[in-house]
Design a protein around this ligand. Structure first.
Ligand SMILES: C[S@@+](CC[C@H](N)C(=O)[O-])C[C@H]1O[C@@H](n2cnc3c(N)ncnc32)[C@H](O)[C@@H]1O
Length: 242
């Protein structure tokens, strides 16, 4: 098994691929004022947990999900099949969209292109008056100990002010934010722990290493969860401000 295959074996069939709760989606939709029919995108939708929530809540909207990983696209597609043609999932690059979208939701994926770079790329894909909601890792205190080890793979991590500066650099303004902590992370890690338990003992070296990585990540989170957070921000292009 290659390291990539091992990673996706650990991550197969998880309900979501990052921290978050249905309540986060509802909060963002309310703050963004999204309720009418329109065109909505879940960028980096992964296995489709939030896509499903968006489709359930926005009865008349056309909903799309995009992800760069074919396996996630297949999983998300199966999950939203009951909504018919109104919901569509496609494989693609979330920074190369045409839109126009009235709302872009992006949970734990904007750090791939970078907050500023990603938001800039979306400007041309937003309809007039559109908003964007995204969640992003944030520091809530010093980068030390277990927190530093947890975020070792994301050296660009900054605090909330730093994320707001990246939003402003892209020509957007922040309408509001809320922290994503505790139960939202449990919703990600608890199913992963169950998945790992079913894969053990792993004889394949790559799979054993992927399991060890995931277990270390979860253990660090349990150790320092009060200081490990995403922030969910609702933003809009500055020239759309009224
Ligand atoms: C941490 S996961 C979060 C998935 C999902 N939003 C969730 O919360 O369950 C990040 C997702 O972004 C996708 N992704 C990263 N860069 C991408 C890009 N440029 N275009 C499309 N998808 C991308 C990954 O394939 C992955 O599914």
């Amino acid at each position: 098994m290659t390291p990539d295959e091992a990673f996706f074996t650990v991550h197969a069939d998880l309900p979501r691929e990052g921290p978050g709760l249905p309540a986060d989606v509802l909060w963002a939709l309310e703050l963004a004022g999204v309720s009418a029919p329109g065109r909505v995108l879940d960028a980096g939708c992964g296995p489709g947990a939030d896509l499903e929530m968006l489709a359930e809540v926005l009865h008349e909207a056309r909903i799309e999900g995009v992800d760069g990983v074919a396996g996630f696209v297949a999983q998300a597609s199966a999950r939203v099949a009951r909504f018919g043609d109104r919901v569509r999932v496609f494989e693609g690059d979330m920074t190369a969209l045409s839109g126009p979208y009235d709302f872009i939701w992006c949970a734990g994926a904007l750090y791939y292109p970078g907050v500023t770079e990603g938001l800039r790329a979306w400007r041309g894909a937003l309809a007039r008056g559109a908003t964007v909601a995204f969640s992003e890792p944030v520091l809530t205190g010093p980068l030390e100990g277990a927190v530093m080890e947890f975020w070792a793979g994301y050296p660009e991590i900054t605090n909330l002010d730093g994320v707001a500066a990246r939003v402003q650099a892209a020509g957007y303004e922040v309408l509001g934010h809320r922290m994503v902590q505790g139960a939202a992370w449990e919703a990600y890690y608890a199913p992963m722990e169950a998945r790992i338990a079913g894969l053990k003992p792993a004889t394949d070296p790559a799979l054993a290493a992927a399991i060890e990585d995931a277990e270390r990540e979860i253990a660090l989170w349990r150790q320092a969860q009060g200081a490990i957070a995403y922030a969910l921000l609702v933003v809009r292009p500055v020239d759309e401000a009224s």
